[in-house]
Design a protein around this ligand. Structure first.
Ligand code: NAD
Ligand code: TDX
Length: 339
């Protein structure tokens, strides 16, 4: 078994976003001994409400940009780890305007790596399965950690670039870094621009759901809580310099997911619109999580997708004041793109 690292004071970048805030709440619940400094720029995707109500003695929010080297120089000393979630995360936005993706995902990661190096702190890098490109729908293979990088979109190419920076900083400068590449997350607090929240809130607003292209594209779904536990396992027990893939054997086509949403929300199975496809749309993602399971003993808990989806729908039904402010502008943007 690898040595156990026991963090007591970590920085979580992007802790006001979807997955980062779920991780913060997971750590508060499961590791009360660990203090968390959330560093978040509060872009359109960051919402302080996502971490509101957590004990002030354990969670502190610092509003700032990961590209700000001076701020990092002040903030990082005294912490024992950086868990880096902050990113521009939406593929469709990256196609419309790649600039902030290059800034935050590439330059921001570079600045954090330099800070981790200068102040000698443990660094964990959150990334995506999209760095590996896509698979054919009928290919028996799934992504494995040593697969070549073949990103397709401006978003995934900036994530791939950031992963490569981490690998180089670990090898050349000896920083204590690990990387995880996870599949598509679902659960509470996900922005209404993303597939599942968009369709659920469309139905709640009386708007027809929108399906891109043929609807055959496959995504490998994982509940965000299973992702959080995997990240903690890698941070505390992972081997320095290693890449771990996180996935929960959750492959489903988009049309299957949409039909499950329609059925759970009492709609007929054809109550949606086909819309313009995403340019360069990746066909299929699929993760082989064997390394994480074998080496660190992680296993997903949320294995019943229909149940997790029903809980997520219920969360959006009961949290309208959380998603309503972003809904109109998001739909306006999609409608201008023909989506
Ligand atoms: P999100 O868009 O919901 O949240 C991103 C957060 O980062 C926001 O709080 C935003 O304010 C913050 N941020 C953006 N730019 C910043 C900057 N320059 N400085 C400081 N903070 C900044 O994203 P998410 O879906 O929660 O994704 C989080 C991470 O997980 C990303 O690195 C993403 O690539 C990765 N990931 C996401 C998924 C998924 O399904 N959503 C899957 C695998 C990996
Ligand atoms: O309205 C829609 N209709 C539709 O058919 C939207 C918003 C999406 N889609 C399709 C496109 C994708 O095939 O649904 C699938 C999922 O789309 P997104 O939610 O945009 O996710 P994806 O592009 O797969 O990327 C997500 O998973 C990997 C996250 O946004 C990334 O941050 C993560 O790296």
């Amino acid at each position: 078994m690898p040595d156990i690292f026991e963090p007591t004071n970590i920085i979580v970048t992007g802790g006001c976003g979807f997955i980062g805030s779920n991780f913060v709440r997971w750590v508060v619940k499961n590791h009360p001994e660990c203090h968390i400094t959330v560093l978040d720029k509060l872009t359109y995707a960051g919402n302080p409400a996502n971490i509101a109500g957590l004990p002030e003695s354990q969670v502190e929010l610092v509003v700032g940009d990961i590209c700000d080297a001076e701020l990092l120089d002040q903030l990082v000393p005294g912490h024992d780890a950086i868990v880096h979630y902050a990113a521009e995360s939406h593929n469709d936005n990256s196609i419309a305007d790649p600039e902030p993706f290059v800034q935050t995902n590439v330059v921001g990661t570079y600045r954090l790596l330099q800070a981790a190096r200068k102040h000698d702190v443990r660094y964990h890098h959150i990334s995506t399965d999209e760095v590996y490109g896509d698979l054919a729908l009928d290919e028996p293979r799934r992504f494995e950690p040593d697969d070549p990088y073949r990103p397709s979109s401006p978003y995934s190419s900036t994530k791939a670039s950031s992963d490569l920076l981490v690998r180089a900083w670990e090898r050349t400068y000896g920083i204590r870094a690990t990387i995880s590449n996870c599949s598509n997350n679902y659960g509470p607090y996900q922005h209404v621009e993303k597939f599942i929240p968009r369709q659920v809130t469309n139905i709640l607003c009386g708007i027809r759901p929108k399906l891109y292209g043929t609807g055959e594209n496959v995504r490998d779904w994982i509940h965000t809580e299973d992702h959080s536990r995997a990240v903690w396992d890698i941070l505390t027990k992972g081997k320095i310099g290693e890449t771990y893939l996180i996935g929960a054997n959750g492959e489903k086509s988009n049309i299957e997911v949409l039909r499950e949403i329609l059925s759970l929300m009492g709609q007929t199975e054809d109550a949606f619109d086909w819309v313009r496809d995403r340019p360069g749309h990746d066909r299929r993602y699929a993760i082989d999580p064997t390394k994480l399971e074998r080496e660190l003993g992680w296993k997903p808990v949320h294995t019943d997708f229909a149940e997790g989806l029903a809980q997520t729908i219920e969360w959006y039904r009961t949290h309208e004041s959380w998603w309503r402010p972003a809904k109109e502008a998001t739909e306006r943007k999609y409608s201008e793109q023909g989506q």
